[in-house]
Write a new protein. Sequence first.
Length: 137
Amino acid sequence: MSMTAEAGTVYDVIAHREVSPEANFWVFEIPALGAVGQAVKLGQVADEARGIITAWDEDGPDEKAFKVHVRLDGEADARRMWEEGEEEERQARKVLDHAATRKREAVTLLRVEKKYSANDTARVLGVTRQRVYQLTR
């Protein structure tokens, strides 16, 4: 679908990848025109689409009179999944930060409040003495 913008019309172009033993290219559709085309590289899709739009009829628009907006098939789903993954990472980091804080608190409890040695603290917590020292920092 195309829409009007300050610089003129904006044509949506929807592209997807075609891969087979014989071919390896991008196929795109310009829904506003019902036209399709292809390009070897994704970076060429917009230029190829511009060429089709300007050649669509005898009085086709000048290339400066319109814009092309390339969208990829599956792009919205991939972006949504990516954003969900980033949110899950943020949540996981919060949980890990909390877990690390609790471990430091356990070491502090034994070393500072209960006056355990590093060896005894390591034995109680099931870690190495080196790990106890790391958590004391």
